[in-house]
Design a protein around this ligand. Sequence first.
Ligand SMILES: Cc1cc2nc3c(=O)[nH]c(=O)nc-3n(C[C@H](O)[C@H](O)[C@H](O)COP(=O)(O)OP(=O)(O)OC[C@H]3O[C@@H](n4cnc5c(N)ncnc54)[C@H](O)[C@@H]3O)c2cc1C
Length: 466
Amino acid sequence: MAYDLIVIGSGPGGYVCAIRAAQLGLKTAVVEKSATFGGTCLNIGCIPSKALLYASELFEEAGHVFAKMGIGVSTPKLDLPAMMAFKDQGVEGNVKGVAFLFKKNKIDTFRGTGRIAAPGKVEVKAEDGATQVVETKAIVIATGSDVAPLRGVTIDEKHVVSSTGALTLDKVPEKLLVVGAGVIGLELGSVWRRLGAEVTVVEFLDRVVPGIDLEVGKQFQRLLQKQGITFKLSSKVTGVTNSGAKLTATIEPAAGGAAETIEADIVLVAIGRIPYTEGLGLEGVGVNKDNRGRVVVDAHYQTNVPGIYAIGDVIAGPMLAHKAEDEGVAAAEIIAGKAGHVNYGVIPNVIYTYPELASVGKTEEELKEAGIAYNVGKFPFTANGRAKVNMTTDGFVKILADAKTDRVLGVHILSADAGNMIAEAAIAMEFGASSEDIARTCHAHPTLTEAVKEAAMAVEKWSISM
Ligand SMILES: Cc1cc2nc3c(=O)[nH]c(=O)nc-3n(C[C@H](O)[C@H](O)[C@H](O)COP(=O)(O)OP(=O)(O)OC[C@H]3O[C@@H](n4cnc5c(N)ncnc54)[C@H](O)[C@@H]3O)c2cc1C
């Protein structure tokens, strides 16, 4: 049976692409090698990590905040298997949702590893080794990414774990060593700290979350330190040995110098992710990759081989589920003869710790480097009525606007619920709003979003509540 489109991979890039293609009338199939649909995001990424972040945040609140609000509860007790079951239930609901959507949109599914045998031909190898070749007009590669390895350290997913192992630990480690102060390391480090682990984060660079606005990142780090996370910046882990009872990690200054050792029960390697193209047969059909192993595409997501497209973590750009989804929609629309498009200037980035750190657009450092004159408006949550009453006054909003035109160029929010609040900034930027547009838009009272409005007012120095 011939298809208009075969999508290889059913993560947020692949499943969204397939559904949009089916909506547009393309006869579509998806090939997935894992037992469940949904890719990294639904199975071992966004969804399970957010389930554990949510549960562990409530656990911490029950222990530390409830009494201050007059809610008397006995000291909360952790039932880790039950918390893991709660997480698994959330994952199951989500992956079943994708299977339902495939059926609803009449998308055929093939279980097995997809290999591009030739343009227009995808070979699917099932787990039992049986193969079949399926014909199609177009192919979208949406095979995502995998854990980046750390030289000198072997991940066994028991003691030395990747994010995948850190989502399924069967007991709270006494000491957790996190390698990498990026989004994944800080989110999972937060989960296990809240549940009782002593957490040390080692980072090669001299700052946490590279790429984040420096001022916001510094305050973020201070707040995480106040919660008990220890940071060793400008340092690198060069080896981990397992003595049976404990792990010993060797840590050296990034610039070179005397090594030290740290003991841990669990080491989490979270230094990033790399594009995944194993077994796809790209060399055979001549699809180009760049020097970082990413599939190279043009502005229409097409590779150098006509009819073969790629989206999501496997191509360049931020490795984020919503970026993959938007590329999935755009690629499907382009393949269907429409004008698909993604605005890479307005892709929000969220770290779901407490407080959350959400940003969209440019950082101050990027504007300086580009020589763009800008104005800054800031507003702290200590001056926001809702934050005060909720006792969530950590953090601030920072808005960067073009000095000449007042167009909003970047918004950075460090606060409880920042991940939800960043949506208004993204919409404003998508519509080319000025800071004054945000400042003069009526925001409901009392909400945390009033801090966004006040930061916009502060750009032209007329913030009322400060
Ligand atoms: C712990 C963690 C937390 C994260 N949290 C967030 C978050 O909060 N927000 C966010 O935006 N992003 C988050 N991410 C990143 C997000 O998961 C990825 O950006 C997203 O999943 C990428 O989507 P994708 O469709 O490109 O690929 P993936 O989701 O990786 O899906 C690729 C799919 O392709 C399949 N596949 C691969 N090769 C083949 C083949 N040859 N044949 C058949 N199938 C194949 C794989 O089995 C997989 O199902 C997180 C990641 C991790 C690891």
